[in-house]
Design a protein around this ligand. Structure first.
Ligand SMILES: [Zn+2]
Length: 326
């Protein structure tokens, strides 16, 4: 039978007189708190810009692009300098604001690391450097092992410097990888030769949680306030610990779900359980890995489809990053 309200032949229950769109979400600005945009192609950076990126924390701690092994302080510093040199050209080309995260990532042992640590404060004096990162214990190193206690010392010292310079820290949580699909596939979507990975220095099950707890211990030892810590590469195995036992922010990396399985669904679950006040999203987009520059825009839409309020979405993708980093 016809619905008397509509001039249709039969009932059309999916149609309502009220529009169902959410136009406020089509142009909502967002901030990517963890990417390596200087290693992306021009076109991929343009995708970030076209889909609403207002600002980005660009991580210069990316020594796996350094050509030499062993990695020396000078190699990492040249990568910091390259990232710094590219900030203004990227802003001019793509219009979004660029801030830097710089740090000593412990994914490959750095020789004479003391020299690198001594140069870090000079960089933190620059307004463009908005974070120390990405740093954090790493399960196994590439090419040269870095034993756990030595990693802890390097991480704690960087957190101490961050506290002194009132600078936030972005943590690289060791991700829980889908080993079968990643290693087994010979990584056609990753440029790093994983056969050069060293024996794990974190051996327990639950690598992400174990790594996060060690990093939080380092922050506490360094006197770094937890609200200055953004735990990136979040996944459901660390959500409860970070939200219930720390005051850190939790940032879900949604740029490569093929690697970690992390998507906007995990973000929605966290927001529903804990509210939006300490949640963020990042892409970790980088030239070395198959990653999606549209991932935050896609997540904004997916959060809406999953029933998250517009105000909560805005808090997660825009207001929280602004408060912490800008
Ligand atoms: Zn990264």
């Amino acid at each position: 039978m016809n619905d008397p309200e509509f001039p249709t032949q039969r009932a059309v229950p999916q149609f309502t007189a009220e529009p169902a769109h959410a136009s406020e979400l089509t142009n909502i600005p967002w901030i990517d708190v963890h990417n390596h945009a200087h290693t992306l192609s021009w076109d991929d950076r343009e995708k970030l810009a076209l889909s609403g990126c207002e600002a980005s924390i660009m991580i210069g701690a990316a020594y796996y692009w350094a050509p030499y092994r062993p990695v020396r302080a000078e190699d990492v510093r040249s990568l910091w300098d390259e990232a710094l040199a590219r900030t203004r050209p990227i802003e001019r080309s793509h219009l979004f604001e660029v801030k830097l995260g710089l740090g000593v990532h412990t994914w490959s042992r750095v020789e004479n690391v003391e020299k690198l640590l001594a140069s870090l404060p000079g960089y933190l004096e620059l307004d463009v450097v908005a974070a120390v990162g990405e740093i954090g214990v790493t399960k196994s190193q590439h090419v040269h092992e870095w034993e756990l206690d030595a990693q802890r010392d390097v991480i704690t010292e960087q957190m101490r410097i961050a506290e002194e310079y009132d600078t936030p820290v972005i943590l690289h949580t060791p991700p829980t990888l889908n080993e079968e699909s990643v290693i087994g596939s010979r990584m056609p979507v990753y440029e790093v030769d994983l056969e050069l990975l060293q024996e794990p220095v974190l051996n327990e099950a639950g690598t992400s949680l174990q790594g996060t707890k060690i990093d939080v211990e380092c922050a506490r030892a360094a006197g770094l306030p937890e609200e200055k810590v953004v735990v990136s590469h979040a996944d459901p195995t660390i959500t409860e610990y970070v939200m219930e036992s720390t005051d850190c922010y939790l940032s879900f990396t949604v740029g490569y779900p093929w690697l970690t399985g992390v998507t906007a669904a995990d973000v929605a679950d966290a927001v529903e359980t804990y509210g939006p006040d300490r949640i963020m999203i990042d892409t970790d987009c980088a030239g070395v890995i198959k990653s999606d520059p549209f991932a935050i825009k896609r997540s904004i839409f997916e959060l809406h489809r999953r029933g998250i309020d517009t105000d909560d979405i805005r808090k997660v993708v825009y207001e929280n990053p602004r408060e912490v980093f800008f």
